[in-house]
Design a protein around this ligand. Structure first.
Ligand SMILES: Nc1ncnc2c1ncn2[C@@H]1O[C@H](COP(=O)(O)OP(=O)(O)OP(=O)(O)O)[C@@H](O)[C@H]1O
Ligand SMILES: [Mg+2]
Length: 476
């Protein structure tokens, strides 16, 4: 498949580049806060490039004091910046503060690579030479060198308030914190991988969908082409058949009416059968041509203002004998008065004839076919836009309902009955005759008049075809 092989390249697992790339900052801050609450030591976590990711600290009393003097503030700021960029390598290191305290910098490694570091402190060390000396006052002297404005006694008192941590304890707790941060990095990495895999699979499905859509579009284009070829073929064949068929019918009629000489009874019957079958065939060919023209929108309507009641009555009278044969009664219900209709009388007759013929054909013996004609309005013509439906006045129309209580149309077939050659029941041609063209022609003609047709059916109870035609086309 086109999409599948390409998408494999997307499934390379993502690496966690640096802490700042993916780590959950809220979780990191929460860990630092609980660390501070537990050990009372300030902690900062920075990414590979020195970006501050979490910072939980309480300014030491000596720092607050030193920062009240410009030199003290400058020394403090310089140290804070420096600390963020010190790379401890693979081992943790201790970095001195100008106050005599220290910071511990611990690397955070993941998958064998440094991805950030944590900075613990400041704190004082009780057990080394330097701290001892500090208690005796030597570092104070150095501090006063850096920030001469400090009051010695005050500085000493404040320095004593700083937490004192043994070096091995500081090493253990900073290593412990580094492990916790590693766990957080692992969780973040796992979430990152899961989301990357999700994105890759969505991308994969999208690619498959695009490929399927392209295949479908190509198939649709081929079908349209085939459909066009079929229509062209049908109309060419129909045209070619019509001319010789008209001659056959003509000669058969000449034979039957003995224009070419006397015929005995049997031969005359043969000539009559040839003529009848020929006419039937010619009618079928005309309908095929009609379907083709309607599909291409090539039907020309010759409209006149006509009386719809009279049009329906004539059709009903013509179908009466067919209905009588099946003991089907025809009931005509006409609203009074009915408006006149601007329509092509021959095409209107074709519409009504097809619908009523169907109703009779698919009725049970002894059934009833009701034809109702009533005035109506159309809120929106199908070809008009939404704006016309909302703001335009309703169009005056006529509604023709043809209702029977015959075999009906199963729900699975109801949307297809207007397609050419469709017949709901397989074997319908044998049982009921016909070619499945009537409704395709009807719906094409109704649309050509600017109207619409609907159908509802409850088999053996009620089947209703409803044609709504505007009294005149609004664009005329
Ligand atoms: N009143 C109806 N009751 C039940 N089924 C119907 C009714 N009208 C149409 N159908 C179903 O719709 C199909 C298509 O109707 P359509 O008029 O197009 O074709 P047809 O009557 O079978 O043949 P043709 O009209 O070409 O002689 C019919 O074969 C039938 O299955
Ligand atoms: Mg029919």
């Amino acid at each position: 498949m086109r999409g599948r092989s390409e998408s494999r390249t997307d499934l390379v697992l993502a690496e966690l580049g640096s802490l700042e790339d993916a780590i959950d900052r809220d979780a990191l801050a929460a860990v630092c806060r609980s660390f501070f609450a537990l050990f009372g030591l300030s902690v900062r976590i920075v990414g590979e490039s020195g970006q501050l990711l979490a910072d939980v600290h309480e300014e030491a009393a000596i720092c607050t004091y030193a920062r009240t003097f410009p030199k003290g503030r400058a020394a403090c700021d310089a140290l804070t910046t420096e600390l963020k960029h010190i790379d401890p390598g693979r081992e943790s290191l201790v970095h001195p503060c100008f106050t005599g305290a220290v910071y511990r910098i611990e690397p955070v490694a993941y998958q064998g690579r440094a991805i950030g570091r944590l900075i613990l402190g400041p704190y004082r060390r009780p057990d080394d030479e330097r701290a001892r000396a500090e208690r005796e006052g030597a570092p104070i002297a150095r501090l006063l060198e850096r920030v001469p404005e400090l009051d010695r006694a005050e500085a000493k008192a404040r320095l004593r308030q700083m937490p004192v941590v043994r070096e091995d304890t500081a090493a253990r707790i900073s290593a412990h914190l580094a492990v916790m941060v590693q766990h957080l990095a692992f969780a973040s990495h796992r979430a990152l991988l899961a989301s990357e895999m999700h994105i890759a699979s969505v991308r994969e499905s999208h690619r498959e969908l695009v490929a399927q859509k392209e295949d479908l579009e190509a198939a649709y284009a081929r079908l349209q082409e085939a459909d066009q070829l079929k229509s062209n073929f049908l109309s060419t064949v129909s045209h070619e058949l019509r001319t010789p068929l008209t001659s056959i019918i003509g000669y058969a009629e000449m034979l039957r009416t003995e224009m070419l000489g006397p015929l005995d009874g049997e031969l005359r019957e043969c000539a009559q059968t040839i003529q009848q079958r020929g006419e039937h065939l010619l009618q079928l060919i005309s309908r095929l041509l009609d379907v083709g023209r309607l599909e291409r929108g090539h039907v020309l309507l010759e409209r006149t203002w006509l009386d719809p009641a009279a049009a329906v009555q004539t059709v009903v009278e013509d179908i009466e004998p067919l209905a009588a044969k099946r003991d089907v009664s025809l009931a005509l219900e006409l609203d009074q008065p009915l408006p006149t209709l601007h329509a092509d009388p021959i095409r209107l007759r074709q519409i009504l004839l097809n619908l009523i013929e169907n109703a009779v054909k698919f009725s049970h013996d002894g059934g009833t076919v009701t034809i109702r004609v009533e005035a109506a309005t159309i809120e929106k013509l199908p070809r008009e836009g939404l704006a016309a439906a909302l703001f335009g006045p309703p169009t005056q129309a006529l509604r023709f309902r043809v209702i029977d209580n015959g075999v009906g149309i199963p729900a699975s077939a109801i949307t297809k009955v207007f397609e050419p050659f469709f017949q709901a029941e397989s074997g319908s041609t044998r049982r009921y005759g016909g070619a499945g063209l009537g409704l395709a022609i009807v719906s094409g003609l109704v649309e050509a008049h600017g109207g619409h047709i609907t159908v509802q059916s409850a088999p053996d109870v009620k089947t209703e075809f409803c044609v709504t035609l505007p009294l005149e086309r609004p664009d005329e």
